[in-house]
Design a protein around this ligand. Structure first.
Ligand SMILES: *Cc1c(COP(=O)(O)O)cnc(C)c1O
Length: 384
C-alpha cells in the first residue's frame, strides 16, 4: 500500500489509507477481486490467501484504513454487518460470568446480549452507562468478563466515561468493548482511552450514504484479534467485495461529512432549545446536556444525532414526521441525508425512552433548509 503514515491528521489519513503502491501505471484505487479461492500447492504459507471466507485482498485496504483511524495496533476485521461485528465481540463474554451493558443502546445489541443469557448462562446487568459509580458497582458486584459501552447511547445520547470504566474493568480482569458508531473515530478514539475493542456499524457514518450494510472490529490486542477473527472465520459473517469497496470510497469523505453534519447538528440543537413548540432537545454540545463537560473532555466533536420532543406528545411527534419534506422519515442514521424517526414506533424500544422522542440524524444539507423544514414540522406538531 502507499502513504499510510498514522501521524497524518485523521482527515488526511482517511483519504490516503489503503491505496495501491505508486508504481508506474498502478491504479489509484484498490481493485475488487472476485474469486472465492486462490491457487495453492503444498503446505499453506502464512499471509498467502487461501479461500475468501478466511481473507481476501479486497478487505485489506478498508481494514487498514479503519485500524489507522481507530489507532488499533492489529489490522481491522470487516464483517457482513454491524451486528455480525457486535455478535462476534459479545461472544468474548465467558459463559457463566457477568456481562455489563448500557440500559439504552442499539436495540439489536441488547437483544444479542439477552440472548447470551439464555444460551450461555451469562449474568447480564443493565446499567445507566453515564453513571460511572453504578457501572463500577456492577463490574465489581460479580465475576465480570465483559463491559459493553455505547457512547453516545442510542437513542438517549448518554455519555459514558470510557477511561474510568476501562480502569475499573481492567482491575476486575474484564474486557471493554465500545460501540463507536455514533461518534466515529474522528470524534472519539476509545482504544486511546483504554478500551480493548471497538466495534462499528460501517453502514452509518463510515460508509455514509445509506447504501450498504457492513461492520468492523478493531483492537490492539493480538489475543482479542485472534478470538474475534476466529468468530468471523467460523461464523462466516463476511463482508461482500462490493460493499467493502463502496465503504472505502465513502470513507474518503468522512471528515468533510462529519464536520458538516456535526456543525449542522449543534446549530439546530441550539435553535431548537429556544423554540416555543419544543418540550425538550438533547445534543452533547448543549450546556444543558447532563454530560456536556464529559463529552467536551472526551470527544473531538459532539456527533450529529439530536433528540427532540416536540409539543403534542406522541401525536405531535408523528405529525412532525409526516409534515417534514426534506428530513427523511426512516430508521438508521449517518447518511449524507438528514432523517428522523419516533423511536417508540417500534414496540421493542426501551419503555424508558419517551413516547414522543424523535431521533434525528443530521446530514450535510444546508442548515437553513433543514431549519425551515423543521419549523414546518414543529408547526404541524403544535396544530394536533
Ligand atoms: C446500526 C447500528 C448497529 C448495527 O449495525 P448494522 O450495520 O445495521 O448491522 C450497531 N450499533 C449501532 C450504534 C448502530 O447504530
Amino acid at each position: 500500500m502507499g502513504v499510510n503514515d498514522r501521524d497524518l491528521s485523521p482527515a488526511t489519513y482517511a483519504v490516503v489509507a489503503g491505496r495501491p503502491e505508486r508504481t508506474e501505471g498502478a491504479p489509484v484505487n484498490p481493485p475488487v477481486v472476485l474469486s472465492s479461492t486462490y491457487v495453492g500447492r503444498g503446505a499453506a504459507a502464512a499471509g498467502v490467501p487461501v479461500y475468501t471466507r478466511l481473507g481476501t485482498e479486497t478487505w485489506e485496504p478498508l481494514e487498514e484504513a479503519l485500524a489507522g483511524l481507530e489507532r488499533a495496533a492489529e489490522p481491522g476485521l470487516v464483517f457482513a454487518s454491524g451486528m455480525a461485528a457486535v455478535s462476534a465481540a459479545l461472544d468474548l463474554t465467558r459463559p457463566g460470568t457477568r456481562l455489563v451493558v448500557p440500559r439504552h443502546a442499539y436495540h439489536a445489541s441488547l437483544v444479542a446480549a439477552r440472548h447470551l443469557v439464555e444460551r450461555t448462562g451469562v449474568d447480564l446487568v443493565e446499567v445507566d452507562i453515564a453513571d460511572t459509580e453504578a457501572v463500577v458497582a456492577a463490574i465489581e458486584g460479580g465475576t465480570t468478563s465483559l463491559v459493553w459501552v455505547e457512547t453516545p447511547t442510542n437513542p438517549m445520547l448518554e455519555i459514558a466515561d470510557i477511561a474510568a470504566i476501562s480502569t475499573a474493568a481492567h482491575a476486575a480482569g474484564a474486557v471493554v468493548v465500545v460501540d463507536n458508531t455514533f461518534a466515529t473515530p474522528l470524534a472519539q478514539r476509545p482504544l486511546e482511552l483504554g478500551a480493548d475493542v471497538v466495534v462499528h456499524s460501517v453502514s452509518k457514518y463510515l460508509a455514509g450514504h445509506s447504501d450498504l450494510i457492513l461492520g468492523a472490529v478493531l483492537t490492539s490486542s493480538r489475543e482479542l484479534y485472534d478470538a474475534v477473527r476466529l468468530r468471523r472465520d467460523i461464523g462466516g459473517g463476511i463482508a461482500g467485495p462490493w460493499e467493502t469497496w463502496l465503504a472505502l470510497r465513502g470513507l474518503r469523505t468522512l471528515a468533510l461529512r462529519v464536520e458538516r453534519s456535526q456543525a449542522n447538528a449543534a446549530e439546530l440543537a441550539r435553535r431548537l432549545e429556544g423554540h416555543e413548540h419544543v418540550v425538550a432537545v438533547s445534543h452533547p454540545s448543549l450546556p444543558s446536556h447532563p454530560q456536556h463537560e464529559r463529552a467536551t473532555a472526551q470527544m473531538d466533536g459532539y456527533g450529529s444525532i439530536i433528540t427532540l420532543r416536540p409539543v403534542g406528545g406522541q401525536a405531535g411527534a408523528d405529525a412532525l414526521a409526516s409534515a417534514v419534506r426534506l428530513w427523511v422519515p426512516a430508521t438508521s442514521l449517518g447518511g449524507v441525508e438528514s432523517s428522523l424517526e419516533r423511536r417508540r414506533r417500534f414496540a421493542s424500544e426501551a419503555p424508558t425512552v419517551p413516547d414522543d422522542l424523535l431521533r434525528m440524524s443530521v446530514g450535510v444539507e444546508d442548515v437553513e433548509d433543514l431549519w425551515a423544514d423543521l419549523q414546518d414540522g414543529l408547526a404541524a406538531a403544535a396544530a394536533v
